[in-house]
Design a protein around this ligand. Structure first.
Ligand SMILES: [Zn+2]
Length: 305
């Protein structure tokens, strides 16, 4: 069993928030990804408990999905920390263009934050007294990055590789390429000497070959029928919303799918607009079956606690 170097602490979070990876050395305290906005006070408390009087010096975001950067604003308000974001998102963050930033299109929320620098594939960062190479990881998100420490064979993979799969391939919902990019990212990971993965969600894992095998078969399965990706996307976004708000009426859920362009795109691939009420009811029933993440009570949909 390979263990983490002492300079790395992983806070494994629930599905609404990404994991937070804390890297500490004599120079600075850095945090990779900050969770979802409604969990920001919890993220702050975890850091304060661990750091004591020492301040957070740097936030690094792998990508700007709301569950990875939702704590940025509160952490920036607490400490005068620097913040590095993927270079391709710099203009959108400067202008706080919520449509381009995916928050509104997914029906999600993120408090406005700023940044002091950018990171791009090929760059090297020293975090936790270790050298990390920044790698591009398009597929799940066109601008997503990963961090690779060659010395210890550690990959901070964000949503490009989990122990069981990877994040929704969002570009494919909007007619853009994502499956080919995801395939290429998995092939790139397979070529590296990765011995331990710190994923964006779920516990760190060492059986990297088995995880890659599952991910390769999943991408092949999604590519064979893109409706599978659309159905998965809609389910993931519905569950995410319910984990946040806990409870919602069916008609509000339908309104959300109408309003959030990514949900609308996924639903449009699956059925004509007139059939969406039936589509959503069927989908929510599937998510409530077998002790799934949701419950249905008449017109109300609830997150199973
Ligand atoms: Zn993501």
């Amino acid at each position: 069993m390979i263990s983490l170097p002492e300079s790395i602490r992983v806070f494994e979070r629930g599905w609404l928030s990404s994991n937070n990876v804390l890297l500490i050395d004599a120079e600075r305290v850095a945090l990779v990804d900050t969770g979802y906005a409604t969990h920001a006070p919890q993220t702050l408390a975890l850091l304060q408990q661990t750091l004591g009087a020492r301040p957070l010096d740097l936030i690094v975001n792998t990508h700007l999905h709301s569950d990875h950067c939702g704590g940025n604003a509160l952490l920036q308000a607490t400490w005068p920390c620097r913040t590095a974001i993927p270079v391709a998102e710099a203009d959108a963050v400067s202008a706080w263009d919520e449509a381009r930033l995916t928050f509104r299109p997914t029906g999600q929320h993120c408090d406005r934050f700023g940044f002091t620098g950018t990171i791009a594939p090929g760059m090297h960062l020293t975090l936790g007294a270790l050298d990390w190479e920044v790698l591009g990881a398009p597929g799940h998100d066109p601008h997503s990055l990963m961090l690779y420490c060659a010395e210890h064979g550690i990959l901070i993979s964000a949503d490009a590789l989990w122990e069981n799969g990877f994040g929704v391939i969002f570009p494919e919902l909007e007619g853009e390429s994502g499956f080919a990019e995801q395939q290429a990212v998995l092939e790139a990971i397979a070529r590296l000497d990765v011995r331990l993965v710190i994923p964006g969600h779920g516990a760190p894992f060492t059986n990297v070959a088995a995880a890659l095998e599952r991910a390769f078969s999943r991408i092949a399965w999604l590519r064979a029928d893109p409706l599978r990706n659309a159905k998965n996307a809609l389910k993931v976004l519905i569950v995410f919303k319910l984990l946040d708000v806990r409870e919602m009426r069916f008609d509000t859920l339908l309104q959300l799918v109408d309003d959030a362009s990514v949900m609308r795109a996924a639903a449009s691939m699956l059925a004509p607009r007139g059939e969406w009420p039936a589509l959503l009811r069927a989908m929510v029933s599937e998510l409530a079956a077998k002790n799934g993440p949701l419950e249905v009570d008449g017109e109300r949909v609830l997150a199973r606690l």
